[in-house]
Ligand binder design. Structure first.
Ligand SMILES: *Cc1c(COP(=O)(O)O)cnc(C)c1O
Length: 371
């Protein structure tokens, strides 16, 4: 097969930045790729496929019900719609134009109303909801949410994410407790989280995950939760869910990815990452004006990264300039850039092979020697 890079003139990318949506997120395991191909070549009664894979996933995760959706964003929109529409056909078909009175307010901690690449509020509005922000940009206590609950409240939405404000925010359990006390549905967006049980077990009615992030599936999403709530999400495929449709290949591929994630996890340990990066660090440390060392994930996960420091006085370039130059040429190298104004970048090696580490080294060498 002609390389798509050549055919379309695409830039090759080495992803040393982690799980980045703008670079294509992750690469599924071969078993998942095979399942996608198999799925594409077969026919199914689609409702049967959705129901049976959902039952399989629910059993694996020990939850009441599950459905594969097209992505986590679609999961948010359809979860919001599910609790507004329930099984009302008039609302299902006329979500945004119906004049029927139903509760539509979705309470979100203000520090959770983030932009994950698109705004949380846009997904809520797509689902027919009205965003009501609780608390402040830097603080949300249980009482801030409780004060906003009224007969128009349709659900509470919690965004469990590194994108959210972490300081002085109520916990998932605290939010679940308020929802339960007032009999209000509780939705957790856990798009990039690794734990597929915690938020459901804490009392969420619906929990949403992104398919290609931690679970490393194809482009897809997962909604798990209470039996009836998930059935209402499924009904949305005859409403706003239709333009967010997931195909048979995505459903089957993602179900396989979840199975592997649960039953046969192959997570590279931090120690293995250090082993992989050691020859790379040793070589970098021999370059004039460059120093490299292993650093551990700031959020406490078992992830080691190579921190590369650029000495501007020696190499004549700032780290910010290096970041830019590394993206130019035939192969673009993406680092974690958030420390660049301190003269450093981190290389996340999870999606980088030993050969690609050599490419990165050679690129750095030729940039600083060309200077
Ligand atoms: C990535 C992300 C999403 C969106 O996930 P998609 O599957 O790309 O739609 C939503 N919420 C949070 C917190 C995310 O990190």
């Amino acid at each position: 097969m002609a390389s798509v890079y050549e055919k379309y003139g695409l830039k090759k990318v080495i992803n040393a930045s982690g799980r980045m949506t703008i670079l294509g997120v992750s690469t599924p395991r071969p078993e998942v790729v095979d399942t996608v191909a198999h799925g594409l070549n077969e026919y199914f009664e689609m409702k049967d496929l959705v129901d049976k894979t959902g039952e399989y996933i629910a059993k694996l995760l020990k939850v009441e019900n599950a459905v594969v959706v097209s992505c986590a964003s679609a999961g948010i929109a359809q979860s919001v719609a599910a609790f507004i529409v329930k099984d009302d056909m008039e609302l299902l078909y006329n979500l945004h134009s119906s004049e029927k009175y139903v509760p539509r307010e979705i309470i979100v901690p203000k520090g959770h109303n983030v932009n994950f690449g698109a705004p949380v509020s846009t997904m809520v509005e797509l689902g027919g909801g009205i965003v009501v922000e609780a608390g402040y940009a830097n603080e949300c206590k249980p009482e801030h949410i409780e004060a906003l609950i009224n007969p128009d409240t349709a659900a509470i939405l919690y965004i469990k994410s590194h994108h959210s404000v972490q300081k002085s925010m109520l916990s998932v359990a605290e939010a679940a407790a308020i929802a339960k006390k007032h009999g209000i549905p509780f939705i957790v967006d856990a798009a990039a989280e690794e734990d597929l049980n915690a938020y459901y077990n804490t009392g969420a009615d619906l929990v949403i995950y992104s398919g290609a992030k931690a679970i490393e599936g194809p482009t897809s999403g997962l909604v798990i939760g209470r039996k009836q709530a998930v059935e209402w999400v499924k009904m949305q495929s005859n409403g706003i869910g239709r333009p967010m449709k997931v195909g048979k290949e995505g459903i089957l591929g993602f179900t396989k990815a979840i199975e592997l994630y649960v039953l046969d996890p192959k997570k590279e340990s931090g120690k293995e990452m250090v082993e992989k990066m050691t020859p790379f660090m040793d070589k970098l440390n021999k370059l004039n004006g460059i120093s490299a060392k292993a650093v551990w994930d700031g959020a406490g996960r078992d992830i080691a990264r190579t921190e590369i420091s650029f000495d501007e006085k020696v190499i004549g370039k700032t780290a910010i300039e290096m970041v830019k130059l590394m993206k130019q040429g035939d192969t673009a190298v993406y680092f974690r850039e958030y420390k660049a104004n301190d003269g450093k970048v981190d290389a996340d090696v999870r999606s980088v092979s030993a050969e690609q580490l050599d490419v990165i080294y050679n690129k750095i060498k030729s940039i600083i020697e060309g200077a």
